[in-house]
Design a protein around this ligand. Structure first.
Ligand code: SF4
Length: 657
């Protein structure tokens, strides 16, 4: 029987902790918090392999046997061995853990835990976790896992002194013998897991750790991005003062791989002090761990009366005439339904289980609502969001950053297309023709001068609005500056359109749009709202609670805030390219006295242009690696979540150059 080290009353506030999660804790305390507390989970090659092993073990085992908390009497152990299945699910209230063991073997009257791992065994046996030396040729996380299994078996009265770790990558088998030292180690792991589980916010990310590239949650955690932004902010802020109120018994706010027993930094100052303490330079390079491409895609169903259903591993869309389209289910990131489309309940349930949201749009594209999975249980993040939204000064600072980024990106679109205007006009003018060819057409030359003059004037006025927005001390004034810049931008847009479309745009109009360009913009913005709402849901933020847009019922204010910097860079650019490449024609619209809307062909063309732009790669100016606009949107949401959670001080949205 093991010595009672853990106080059972501590479980009042915490569930039993799965042994698998203790393995994650030893690997990285932040990973444990993300998975166990926040409920974020992604499969990696290791977890997929582990799942396969569990499935095989389930099939192989005679049955799943749950041994309850009653220790077996010594006299019954022989009987128990005779009945023992090869796979066990064990719980221990006393230890505060539960676990499923895939394989146990009985040798000479003793139970041996067998655990297979996909990777290679370490080259040395010199490991440690916090103060614990671990002289075993096994990774500390794997060691914790098998020793905890042994502790569970022993807690149920079964004689278990040995475990075997099989590393399939290097074809090696490592024997782990039970010892008092290892027992103390796993009790410390459990105590640490319980402490981290009770923290509202996650521990700091590791610094430049080789563990991060192999971590299944690196694109959620963003360790290098987090540390780089934190170091920048710490460098800008006054040097942090030691906090006299801090309990000296708390673990030091240090990180890196030697931080195994660290819990979460308590305050933003802790985070910044940490960045200084670990010496992350303000311009530290950021490893491209985050994948720049989203391998999955959005399925849009536009034909009224269609039915969407699941057929094996395929998502099937069938229209009323019997036309069928099939999509590979694991490659579907989102299902977007326009107008009256039917989805079968088994299909809805499957998509929700896979973490895929369904958005419901009107035929004209307006987002009506979403059916989203309960992906995150990170209530702490939402509470932090509510607290920030209740703070006018904090809202102003974030809103200012959003508006500044929006105006900068609008100016970039005008500048880029002004350059294009010069090139196209030169070709039309025949600027490279010899002198005897007649010289440039004076009318075209005048038009070009007018267009370039209009763009130049708008750029100048937008620069003033940008400067004023940077200094705005009230959100209402900020809205005024944003409106001024938008008026200049939309006033100058006709100048960069092809001549045939130039007369179309008469300022921004919506609900309903009054011209063809506005119809395309409105439709594109509706798609962007949908993607921003979905990104908020994935990150665990409430899309209805924003910092800049006024909160009125039915309006996803935070999603609208977040899409501001991306409107011009993503949607407006998609529209300009669609027009410039003749991807849409004037007949692709329905015009009436009420307004203008896209026809079915027009919506399909616009969706293609939007998705193409979303998949295009851009270089992040701070992090220096390339990523798609779709991926960028999620990155922005995750960084804002860090600001809400108090992990970062400032929010600086990305702007294009
Ligand atoms: S990416 Fe690195 S810091 Fe973040 S959870 Fe994974 S191992 Fe920990």
């Amino acid at each position: 029987m093991t010595e009672t080290i853990i106080n059972a009353s501590a479980h009042e506030h915490a569930d039993l902790i799965p042994v698998r999660m203790c393995n994650e804790l030893v690997y990285c305390p932040r990973l444990f918090h993300l998975e166990h507390v926040q409920g974020v989970f992604r499969h990696s090659a290791d977890t997929i392999e582990g799942k396969g092993q569990h499935e095989r073990a389930k099939r192989r085992g005679s049955r799943l046997r749950v041994i309850d908390d009653e220790p077996a009497a010594a006299s019954t152990i022989d009987d128990l061995f005779a009945l023992l299945p090869r796979r066990l699910a064990l719980v221990s209230e006393r230890l505060g853990i539960r676990g499923e063991i895939d394989l146990v073997e009985v040798h000479d009257g003793s139970v041996v835990v067998v655990e297979a791992k996909r990777g290679r065994a370490p080259r040395t046996d010199a490991h440690r976790w916090g103060p614990y030396e671990l002289p075993v040729r096994a990774w500390p996380a794997d060691l914790a896992q098998v020793v905890l299994y042994m502790a569970l078996l022993r807690d149920h009265g079964l004689p278990c002194d040995q475990a075997r770790l099989v590393y399939r990558g290097s074809h090696e088998s490592v024997v782990v013998a039970w010892s008092d030292h290892l027992e103390r180690f796993v009790h410390a792991v459990i105590a640490q897991a319980r402490a981290v589980a009770l923290c509202e916010h996650a521990p700091a990310p590791l610094v430049d750790s080789p563990k991060c590239p192999g971590c299944s949650l690196h694109d959620v955690c963003l360790p290098d991005e987090h540390n780089a932004l934190l170091a920048e902010q710490a460098a800008r802020a006054a040097p942090p003062q030691p906090d006299a109120s801090r309990d000296p018994a708390l673990p030091p706010a240090a990180t890196g791989d030697a931080d195994a027993t660290n819990t979460a930094p308590q305050t933003l100052e802790d985070h910044e002090a940490l960045a200084v303490a670990i010496g992350v330079p303000a311009n530290a390079p950021v490893r491209r761990i985050v994948t720049g491409l989203e391998p999955r895609s959005v399925v849009h169903v536009l034909t009224p009366g269609s039915t969407v259903r699941k057929d094996g591993d395929a998502l099937v869309v069938e229209d009323r005439r019997g036309g069928i389209e099939r999509f590979v289910l694991p490659e579907v990131a989102h299902l977007a339904l326009f107008g009256p489309v039917h989805v079968t309940q088994p299909c809805v349930q499957h998509l929700l289980r896979q973490g895929v949201a369904i958005s419901h749009h009107t035929g004209a594209g307006r987002l009506l609502g979403t059916t989203a999975p309960l992906l995150t249980r990170n209530v702490g993040l939402r509470r932090a969001q509510f607290r920030v939204v209740d703070d006018p000064q904090a809202c102003l600072e974030i809103a200012r950053a959003l508006v500044v980024a929006k105006i900068r990106n609008q100016r970039t679109v005008l500048r880029r297309h002004r350059r294009g205007l010069a090139v196209i006009s030169d070709a039309v003018l025949g600027g490279d023709l010899p002198h005897w060819a007649g010289g440039p057409d004076p009318q075209v030359a005048d038009a070009r001068r007018d267009a370039q003059g209009a763009v130049a004037e708008a750029l100048g006025r937008m620069q003033h609005a940008l400067a004023a927005a940077t200094r705005a001390v009230e959100v209402d004034r900020l809205r005024g500056h944003e409106g001024d810049a938008a008026a200049c931008y939309f006033g100058a847009l006709p100048a960069i359109l092809p001549a045939a479309w130039r007369g179309e745009l008469r300022g921004r109009s919506r609900r309903p749009p009054q011209d063809r360009i506005n119809a395309m913009l409105s439709f594109g913005y509706a798609l962007l709202v949908r993607d921003a709402v979905a990104a908020c849901g994935r990150v665990g933020l409430d899309p209805m609670l924003g910092v800049f847009h006024t909160m009125i019922p039915g309006r996803p204010a935070l999603a609208l805030d977040l899409m501001e910097p991306l409107r011009a860079a993503w949607v407006d650019t998609a529209v300009l390219r669609l027009i410039a490449t003749a991807g849409i024609v004037r007949d692709d619209f329905h015009c009436s006295l009420a307004g203008v809307e896209l026809s079915d062909a027009g919506r399909r063309a616009m969706i293609r242009a939007y998705e193409r732009r979303g998949d295009e790669q851009t270089t992040h100016p701070r992090f220096g690696y390339r990523m798609s606009y779709r991926r960028l949107l999620e990155l922005e949401v995750r960084i804002l979540a860090k600001v809400f959670a108090g992990e970062l001080r400032h929010y600086t949205p990305m702007w294009t150059r």
